[in-house]
Design a protein around this ligand. Structure first.
Ligand code: SF4
Length: 466
């Protein structure tokens, strides 16, 4: 799966061990970003912060957590969809301005960040990072609004695109979600404490109850005075990211009001009806293809077996051998189980096919392990367009489905057959009215337009991935 995750946000108000629980919450959200992790805490007087490159386990230890006292905390785990991978861009960001100290953790991509940044720089702002999130802080710092809430409202009223935000002041936690609701953001409760997090699996880890989602366009202010919901913006058409269900979110989470596991299994069931194949066994590409493979196998009346085993213990970098080991990058992650594959007609199930290079290697690997036929099934439609709302996709020219027919792709990956889930099937699985989900990476129709020419914007803001 060449998509990288985006970011995870976790925040808590009203708990004496706020930083420790945030640390645990970030563990549950680690799949959303592994480049850097950070926590800011507040004790009613002052904000403190600790950020580091790497995963949560590398970024924090008991000593660093002890430097984060207080009953409020916000944490972030990052994969950079916009801005470089360096410590300056690690979140949360913390600034001190006329409104006092504030820390912010952001999941999503703003589509007009560069335009706003240019304008702010022309007016004298000096940026410390290349992250679009910093734009929100500059707008906040420049606001002449009388209260913190008004200043936040004023600043986010100027940004467009995807944002699920957790903001921390010395005595308040403020959560905000863009009016389209691109990225998830859940509200939870642990005793008297309130929690805001990207996915409900983080609530489960700390034993908290899921209360509801932060609504699109809602600003939730949590303070000693209680919880207050503000809806300062006119409603917009909803654009929940359907890819959260296809791939990003953990199957044990509830996202946009639906169980990810249920949706993902349903993707497989519908795919089995739309694209059957004469086969002996269904094999998922682990881990993300597993739920859809279960659904496919159930519907097709076939056994589902783990014919590929993933190595979970690969660090972020490993020393590459010389060319002598073919397809090393795939081999180090996946290994075929010959006893399952040998002599079999295999339905290989993956959750997406982006460039085709990895799928090609896996099909070859499965065939080399003795599979008689390999029928590749993809539990989403062909990816034909990059994402501008916080998911790191390759540029359009690198998306194989943008320039090739399904049969050309089948030949390239050397599968005996290839089929994708239809867009209709995807919508049916998420149980959506056509309008409530963003499906732009499958249709090229952008729910929120951006002010720059796409190529320039992509070059500027998005990174290429392996
Ligand atoms: S373009 Fe695709 S990945 Fe991006 S927000 Fe829309 S559905 Fe999600």
């Amino acid at each position: 799966m060449p998509f990288k995750d985006e970011c995870g946000v976790f925040a808590i108000f009203g708990h004496p061990e706020a930083a420790n629980l945030t640390y645990l919450g970030l563990y549950a959200l680690q799949h959303r970003g592994q480049e850097s992790a950070g926590i800011a805490s507040a004790d009613g007087e002052k904000l403190r912060i600790s950020r580091a490159m790497g995963q949560v386990a590398e970024a924090f230890n008991e000593n660093t957590l002890q430097t984060l006292p207080g009953h409020i905390a916000v944490g972030h785990t990052r994969y950079s969809t916009a801005g470089e991978s360096k410590i300056e861009n690690a979140q949360p960001f913390l600034i001190d301005c006329a409104h006092g100290q504030i820390a912010v953790a952001h999941n999503g991509n703003l589509v007009n960040a560069q335009e706003l940044r240019d304008e702010l720089v022309r007016n004298g702002s000096i940026f410390q990072t290349s992250s679009d999130t910093e734009v929100i802080l500059h707008l906040y710092a420049r606001s002449r609004a009388a209260s913190v809430e008004e200043a936040i409202t004023e600043s986010i009223a100027q940004v467009r695109g995807a944002y699920s935000l957790a903001l921390l002041t010395k005595n308040r936690l403020i959560a905000a979600r863009d009016p389209h609701g691109f990225r998830p953001l859940a509200l939870g409760r642990l005793g008297d404490a309130w929690i805001v997090c990207s996915e409900t699996c983080a609530l489960d880890l700390i034993g908290a109850q899921y209360v509801r989602d932060i609504e699109p366009g809602e600003l939730l202010v949590i303070s000693d005075g209680g919880i207050r919901s503000i809806k300062p913006f006119p409603p917009q058409p909803l654009s929940h990211c359907v890819f959260e269900h296809v791939y990003f979110s953990r199957p044990d989470s509830y996202v946009f009001g639906r169980s990810v596991n249920e949706v993902r299994t349903e993707l497989g069931r519908i795919l089995a009806r739309e694209a059957p194949a004469g086969a002996d066994v269904v094999v998922p590409i682990p881990d993300s293809g597993v739920c859809a493979a279960i659904g496919y196998a159930e519907e097709a009346g076939l056994p589902m077996k783990m014919g590929l085993i993933r190595n979970h213990y690969i660090g972020r970098t490993f020393i590459q051998p010389q060319q002598s080991i073919r397809h090393f990058n795939v081999r180090v992650k996946l290994n075929p189980v010959r006893s399952i594959l040998e002599g079999k007609r295999v339905i290989l199930l993956d959750d997406s096919l982006v460039r085709g290079t990895t799928s090609r290697k896996i099909v070859k690997m499965v065939k080399a392990a003795g599979a008689r036929e390999v029928h590749l099934r993809i539990s989403c439609p062909p990816t034909i367009s990059p994402c501008f709302y916080g998911v790191d996709t390759p540029i359009r020219s690198e998306l194989i489905a943008a320039t090739h027919t399904t049969d050309e792709i089948r030949k390239y990956v050397e599968a005996d057959s290839l089929a994708y889930l239809s867009l209709e099937g995807l919508r049916q699985a998420v149980g959506s009215q056509q309008s409530s989900y963003c499906t732009s990476c499958y249709t090229g129709v952008n729910p929120v337009s951006f002010p720059r020419n796409e190529h320039a914007y992509l070059q500027l803001a998005l990174k290429n991935v392996d």
